[in-house]
Design a protein around this ligand. Structure first.
Ligand code: NI
Length: 278
């Protein structure tokens, strides 16, 4: 059983800017955290853990660590790990539960998640957390037009299958792409490397383009959201690998109702807001 709880905290502690491309929300903002708890629910209450207990621990223990972090001396990864360990020490006083992950939104577009390799293990200190991983999730937007059409089918058949999306002159979407990756080291340049990979591999290729007409990837491949997700993942996997990051999956939203995740099977913890297109 995995229980997830998002805790929003009004930051009154004066969190200070981290770095130009990765900034903690300022004093007046709301910080959001997510805690994942595994274990067996209590027979009587049905609760794995009372969410009030989780919120209290995040607000009293984890948030001050994040907000007061001496960011000149410590990387964001180390800070998030300190917060995760501290909250685990508190919540795991209840021996039925283990903290599986702890996530912190660095800004509305970027989340860092500290995941324990085996949350079933009792772990209260960093050395006892075997091979934990940090996951970065970042979200971006691009605008593009496309037409869904299969040349091998008749015009009537294309209209029947694709409806309005078969309009001969195309139509547009504001796509949102979430990139989920793990970092091999705790190097803060990972954030800039991820931004650069998305800029070079996705934005330069697809932003403000007609996918069918401008992009060779879709000259013979129908630019459905499923295919867009697969193509984007292929490009990002290579580029992120070169930068020391491991691409786990991408999620492409065609609308807020429709998205495709590729590859599937990767647990998605969070969907941050998209970075506004410039
Ligand atoms: Ni469309």
């Amino acid at each position: 059983m995995l229980l997830t709880r998002k805790t929003q905290v009004h930051s009154r502690l004066g969190a200070k800017p981290m770095q130009a491309d990765c900034t903690l929300a300022s004093v007046h903002s709301i910080l959001e955290f997510e805690t994942g708890i595994v274990g067996v629910p209590d027979r009587r209450t049905g609760f794995l853990l009372n969410i009030v207990t989780i919120d209290e621990a995040v607000r009293a223990i984890a948030h001050p660590i994040i907000a007061r972090a001496s960011l000149d001396d410590e990387s964001i990864f180390a800070t998030v790990r300190r917060a995760a360990v501290a909250i685990a020490q508190k919540l795991e006083l209840d021996a039925r539960v283990r903290v599986a992950y702890f996530a912190c939104d660095l800004n509305p577009h970027t989340r860092v998640t500290y995941k324990r390799a085996d949350p079933a293990l009792s772990t209260l200190t960093p050395p006892a957390m075997p091979q934990p991983t940090f996951e970065i999730t970042a979200s971006y937007e691009f605008a593009a037009s496309h037409r869904l059409h299969c040349p091998g089918l008749s015009d009537d058949e294309n209209r029947r299958i694709f409806g309005k999306c078969n309009n001969p002159n195309g139509h547009g979407h504001n796509y949102r792409i979430e990139v989920h990756c793990t970092v091999a080291s705790e190097d803060q340049t990972a954030f800039a490397a991820l931004d650069a990979a998305v800029e070079n591999e996705i934005m330069r290729r697809f932003d403000h383009r007609h996918l069918n007409l401008d992009c060779p990837e879709f000259a013979a491949l129908n630019p459905s959201v499923e295919n867009i997700a697969m193509v984007c993942f292929g490009y990002l996997k290579q580029a992120l690998g070169n930068a020391g990051l491991t691409a786990r999956c991408v999620r492409v939203y065609e609308t807020h109702k429709t998205s495709a995740i590729y590859p599937s099977g990767h647990e998605l913890d969070h969907s941050p807001q998209a970075k506004p297109a410039l």
